[in-house]
Write a protein that binds this ligand. Structure first.
Ligand code: MG
Length: 391
């Protein structure tokens, strides 16, 4: 066995997730010659089939609407980049945080939240559909990569981070992983960081995408303090700047300001509370990774603005209405006739139906639909329901 360049836990703060305190993998595996365990997790996620599909899944704008909008893939990369910067500065486990960020949206349906809401409605009699839980399902069960176990067999801390939210009902079926949702406890700092980096990333890239699409205007955005402050600063510093560079400088300034606040606030929290290790971190009732009260409420203001101005914009709503119709029609079509699904999914649905009735059949259909990219779902809809382009 060749020597490791440096031990994977070297240089990490005492409260970081470390290999030698980890609950490890469900199926024990021998150590790798030169990769740490969380690095292996990150690598497994990048090589997964679900990860490659993220490129054709909607974040807010459906893929064919333009080449420059975020997709689930570029969103996930931006989340990872923000979180890694913070992790490195706080001496947290950068490889774990990257793994969580890259995997956090693996369970997303086609067409973003519209798709997930529609699928959840279709599944209401069969246990529902939660995209966070589905991300966990992808890495625990659905990926077929290994001879000796299902899924990717990731480390406990990576799975803990992927399961950002979970209903209490589902948490009860998840053993140790679900406990924190029942006991109202926290996950490790890397999971807390990935969660906040996700929000920071989408709130800021949606400003950029919304302006690009012409659905938001600078005038409207100026009611948002975080935007206004940076916009005015850039305009004063560079009076002759082009509009495009002005928008980018503004959004970059916003991200820099909020990430700096996150770092300063979290550093202070950690200095005040000095958790001994990751298990001490988990005992807190609220996250240690956080924004200051002032920046936190400005961030909420931005989030509310986007809700109203972008996600509920009639053009976005028009698209999401169609997307929901596609997902619902596909669900009904497959439930009525399993044979129109590819053989592996049909076989799975028949097997699960024999084991657990209609809920098993529905779960196999939901897994198949959730795994689809936007364009795959559109093609299936055209083939099975209506040959006209539904979008
Ligand atoms: Mg996300």
């Amino acid at each position: 066995m060749s020597a490791k360049t440096s031990p994977p836990d070297a240089g990490l703060a005492p409260y970081a997730a470390v290999e030698n305190r980890s609950s490890g993998r469900h199926y024990p595996e021998p150590q790798h010659g030169y990769r740490g365990e969380f690095q292996r997790d990150r690598d497994r996620i990048i090589h997964s089939t679900a990860f490659r599909r993220l490129v054709y899944k909607t974040q807010v704008f459906v893929n064919h609407e333009g080449d420059h909008y975020r997709t689930r893939l570029t969103h996930s990369l931006e989340v990872a980049q923000i979180a890694r910067t913070v992790a490195r500065s706080l001496e947290l486990n950068e490889q774990l945080v990257e793994a969580i960020c890259l995997a956090h949206d693996l369970g997303h349906t086609p067409f973003g939240h519209a798709g997930q809401d529609a699928l959840n409605l279709c599944m209401s009699d069969f246990g529902g559909f939660e995209h966070n839980l589905q991300s966990l399902r992808v890495v625990d069960e659905l990926e077929e990569k290994y001879a000796s176990f299902p899924g990717l067999n990731l480390m406990f801390e990576t799975r803990e981070g992927i399961l950002k939210h979970c209903s209490k009902k589902n948490a009860r079926s998840l053993g140790e992983l679900g406990l924190r949702f029942i006991d109202r406890k926290q996950p490790g700092l890397e999971a807390q960081l990935a969660n906040l980096a996700d929000e920071i990333a989408y709130n800021h890239h949606d400003v950029d995408d919304g302006l690009r699409a012409g659905l938001l205007t600078v005038e409207e955005l100026s009611e948002v303090a975080l935007f206004r402050e940076q916009y005015e600063r850039v305009q004063t510093t560079y009076p002759d700047i082009t509009r495009r560079a002005l928008v980018h400088e503004t959004v970059r300034g916003m991200i820099n300001a909020i990430v700096t606040d996150l770092l300063d606030t979290t550093r202070q929290q950690l200095a005040d509370s000095r958790p001994e290790n990751i298990d001490a971190v988990r005992e807190y009732s609220s996250p240690l990774v956080r924004l200051s009260d002032e920046t936190g409420s400005e961030h909420q203001q931005l989030k509310r603005f986007l809700q109203r101005g972008l996600y509920l914009h009639e053009k976005v709503q028009h698209m999401t209405g169609k997307a929901a119709a596609i997902v619902t029609a596909l669900f009904e079509t497959y439930m009525n006739d399993l044979a129109v699904m590819p053989a592996e999914h049909m076989n799975k649905a028949q097997r699960w139906e024999a084991e657990s009735g209609a809920a098993g059949r529905a779960r196999a259909v939901a897994d198949y639909i959730a795994g689809m990219t936007d364009r795959y779902a559109v093609a299936a809809y055209q083939r099975l329901v209506d040959p006209d382009d539904p979008l």
